[in-house]
Design a protein around this ligand. Sequence first.
Ligand SMILES: Cc1ncc(COP(=O)(O)O)c(C=O)c1O
Length: 374
Amino acid sequence: MELFNVYPLWDIEPVEAKGCDIIAKDGQHYTDLYGGHAVISIGHSHPTYIKIVSEQLNKLGFYSNAVQNSLQKELAKRLGKVSGYEDYNLFLCNSGAEANENALKVASFYTGKGKVLAFKKAFHGRTSGAVAATDNPKIQSQFNRGHNIVFVPLNDIQAVEKELIKGDFCAVIIEGIQGVAGIYAPETEFLQSLRSLCDKYGVVLILDEIQSGYGRTGKFFAHQHADIQADIITTAKGMANGFPIGGVLISPKIEAEFGMLGTTFGGNHLACAAAIAVLEVIENENLIENAKVIGDYLFEKLKDNRAISELRGKGLMIGMEIKPEFDGLRNRLLFEKHIFTGGAGKSVIRLLPPLCITKEIADHFIDAINDLAK
Ligand SMILES: Cc1ncc(COP(=O)(O)O)c(C=O)c1O
């Protein structure tokens, strides 16, 4: 059997990694400023993570959601405390798309309505409902387009109200910062007005923090920079440093009913241990503060780079709009300088490094991109 060929692959195979350093099969070292797509939050092979996950594997890797699981309860408690959403309830699943899928379902059950408002250029995942709320027809099939989704431009509050006033929406779903689109942040005032409109029209506000959350922007969730509370928050990626897990944080005003949601693997013992280890390291090593400090440093150092026409984002979620004359810069960073970065469309390079990135690693990147932009 061959693999179903859906990924354009680089001819590099990582076999070992530590912190922000990746070693490939041919022995070459690479600096990881991509974090495997914002997944490696605490750095590769962190000793605390290895200890907690391997101890759990030696005890119990999995049992189903038909029995008590104190690790889930511990994770919920710790996540509530570190995120400031202490009185919310947590549903655990296995990925970002699945978290959004469950969030949309909960909003629809709660309101008894079925329409969803999403934003142009949004990305919410590839499963049926999540991809329907993703503004990219190229990754939607006919089957996905049957959903009740309306797209409006980001930061256009009048366009939002024109839709919500119709009264048939269960939810608005919005990314804390749009990632796949190329790093576009909703304006603070827009988010605050969106919160008020959701209250006015009885619509559930879902914040997709799958890429922008877990401390990446210098607050636990990106929307917290705007000082608002969401009704539902979805999270995944950085949550367990590579172990598959997703979470849906749900306001206490929304009551659970037996059988409303469910999953076989979601919240299993190993996944919870991995997620607890991540929170332990984020807290012990002040990684949210580090994201702010190193993020600010990178913004300051990159602002005058000759190859960059615009810098967007916050903390360690950085979008660099590359001028056409420096087309191919991302590949040059990888193949000439051995630095992994993310892309978005043809002209954006995304930095989504592990939150443990040091000033020395940031300087290494700045020297490399300055050299290529000469
Ligand atoms: C904002 C956002 N939502 C949802 C997803 C989907 O997550 P997953 O690939 O874990 O299903 C992603 C993945 O890139 C994302 O960036």
